[in-house]
Write a protein that binds this ligand. Structure first.
Ligand SMILES: Cc1ncc(C[n+]2csc(CCOP(=O)(O)OP(=O)(O)O)c2C)c(N)n1
Ligand SMILES: [Mg+2]
Length: 286
């Protein structure tokens, strides 16, 4: 069995042929295989959307949660079992729209996990409304006169909130994306990769061809701890789009600063329902 086959799931996949999600799924399996992460040591958490279905197609622990709240669920899981490798799959709508508030605070906390944003610049699951990352002027059945707001820039927002690891990927460069995922998972802290991907059905502007004409790979052997350079790269989304690690810098991690977790993961502690009941009762009565 190859390393990648370890993660093969039995569920039938109904993404459209040509969907960028396939490249992201392939890159994830490749990266986890190369990092030698056993499926039982991996937890994938997602919200709602086509992107959020990704963990169904992986054999590992997963929690398909609620819209925009994947990061909160992931933080709870990490606090309960800090030994898990946690990867969050979220769409541009799920992460930056419904979950925008959670995204900001997750970055600020810097808990050790990896966020993969499947950025197709559209609400795919609900059939093609504009998302926070849709370009100004893009027409959709819900925005027939075009989007009248500026797009949200996920990597730039993450940088301003103090993120220690920010990358941009492309679903069409699977091996390159796998190397970014490997670096993100190995980073000790919150790592985010905004992954541009085509939506073949609902985004007829940012197609695979459109990206291929613009994407170029950064040389990731350079050190990438220059904040201003990273911001410049994050805003390069026009005629040329850099993919690679935009910024990587060591920062203080969240979970390792929680005193009660110094003794080890919560799940290893004995469960005492009587004590829990008494504590709950105190709160109910007070
Ligand atoms: C609270 C709430 N609001 C709205 C919806 C409807 N809804 C489901 S998925 C989705 C958008 C998903 O878009 P995105 O996260 O970009 O994922 P994609 O399908 O494009 O991969 C919306 C608006 C919902 N399920 N729950
Ligand atoms: Mg989307």
């Amino acid at each position: 069995m190859s390393d990648k086959e370890l993660y093969e799931s039995a569920y039938k996949n109904q993404w459209c042929p040509g969907c960028g999600n396939f490249g992201i799924l392939e890159a994830m399996k490749d990266a986890f295989g190369k990092l030698n992460i056993a499926p039982e040591k991996l937890l994938i958490v997602s919200g709602i959307g086509q992107a959020a279905k990704t963990p169904h197609f992986m054999k590992c622990n997963f929690l398909h949660g609620i819209h925009g709240r994947a990061l909160s669920l992931a933080l709870g899981a990490k606090i309960a079992n800090q030994d898990l490798n946690i990867v969050v799959n979220s769409g541009d709508g799920d992460c930056y729209g419904e979950g925008g508030n959670h995204f900001i605070h997750a970055v600020r906390r810097n808990a050790d996990m990896t966020l993969l944003v499947h950025d197709n610049r559209i609400y795919g699951l609900t059939k093609g409304q504009a998302s926070p990352t849709s370009a100004r002027g893009m027409t959709t059945p819900m925005q027939p006169d075009g989007v009248i707001a500026e797009p949200l820039n996920g990597p730039a927002l993450a940088l301003t909130m103090g993120a220690g690891f920010v990358a941009r990927g492309f679903s069409g460069n699977v091996q390159h994306l796998s190397s970014l995922i490997q670096a993100a998972v190995q980073y000790k802290g919150f790592s985010v990769i905004d992954i541009f991907q085509p939506c073949v059905t609902f985004n007829r502007v940012n197609t695979a061809q459109w990206y291929k004409e613009r994407i170029y790979e950064l040389d990731n052997t350079d050190s990438r701890d220059d904040f201003h350079q990273a911001m410049k790269l994050a805003f390069e989304t026009g005629d040329r789009i850099p993919v690679g690690i935009l910024y990587a810098k060591k920062k203080q991690e969240f979970i390792s600063q929680i005193k009660t977790l110094e003794k080890g993961p919560l799940i290893d502690r004995p469960y005492d329902p009587d004590r829990l009941g008494k504590t709950a009762q105190e709160y109910i009565l007070s």
